[in-house]
Design a protein around this ligand. Sequence first.
Ligand SMILES: *Cc1c(COP(=O)(O)O)cnc(C)c1O
Length: 397
Amino acid sequence: MSSEAPHDFGHKNHMADPSAEGRFGEFGGIYVPETLVPACQELERAFRSAWADTAFRDELKDLLTHYAGRPSPLTECENLSRELGCTILLKREDLNHTGSHKINNVLGQALLARRMGKTRLVAETGAGQHGVATATAAALFGMECVVYMGAVDIARQELNAFRMKLLGSEVRAAESGSKTLKDAVNEAMRHWVAAVETTHYCLGSVMGPHPYPWMVREFHRVIGDEAAEQCASLLGGGTPDVVVACVGGGSNAAGVFSGFADADAALVGVEPAGGAAVGRAVPGIVHGSHSYLMQDEWGQVLEAQSISAGLDYPGIGPEHAHLAATGRARYEPVTDAQVVDAFQLLARTEGIIAALESAHGLAWIVQAREELAGKTVLLNLSGRGDKDVAQMMDVLA
Ligand SMILES: *Cc1c(COP(=O)(O)O)cnc(C)c1O
């Protein structure tokens, strides 16, 4: 944050649309093989026209309401607030269909793909949450769907791999590199290049080449828009002092931040200590855009390490790199041990079993409780923890 005016954020369009080249400040852009540039351009044109079309927006809104269950509630946590000494509000993305914020983006992209005349979706997935959401949308829209998942992740997340098959999708193992998320992204992009006439690449976070970081943020903007309205009605027109979200690629954070970027609220993104792309702040190019990522001194991308597979990504979306560079948002690391404590704390005090990803946000709030004393803190609870219960049973055994 700039030292002279730490709480004076109201004068600028902090989360403006990217430049014509797809840049947020110096970050973003389109760094893809030549053969993919026309596909990115076609997608940008299609998204611009769809997003300006009220019929498209109305259809998406209808799906979000009647299929995904929006608006998600805002929950004031009285027990937890008493325990931590600040007012904690949760934006309940865990209550959406398929259990997280991911459905917002996927329904938007599937609707867009259909409008573009595409009949197939291809996606990457790490823990399987984005794969399941994409397979869900493909089933709903009657589209063919191929999901790439690292071979290591398939073994770790058998249930999600099976869910995708139940939903009618094909799961293909990424066998290259470390056989995890970043390899699945590479293979999904390769597939897209080869099948671009019929196929839309449904990317799962605010990363990749333009227009993805922007488009995915816009599809998640509904989180921040709803939360701003819900907070205003709860707080008598006010905004929370601090807005907190976990950051893998950064889509749930971008969604909730977009509702408060020009308000008088601090924005905090929480990364796993073993995947702190901003904390280690090395600019570089990965998966089609210029951003921050974890790399060694020779520029090799490092493996991220985290208790939650959904945050196991070595990079961060370019708009977050920009928000970090300008000081509008800050990014804080928490350890796996802090996350395990926070996961149990929320379950015990509020009866909510959160996704391990979302527990990162709460872990930072617990750590920063002195700084937050008396403040109102909005935490985006990005997902529910059903998928993590078996893992926690082992961790806590
Ligand atoms: C996938 C996932 C994340 C991480 O993705 P972002 O793009 O950083 O939001 C966070 N929380 C949950 C519950 C997820 O499923």
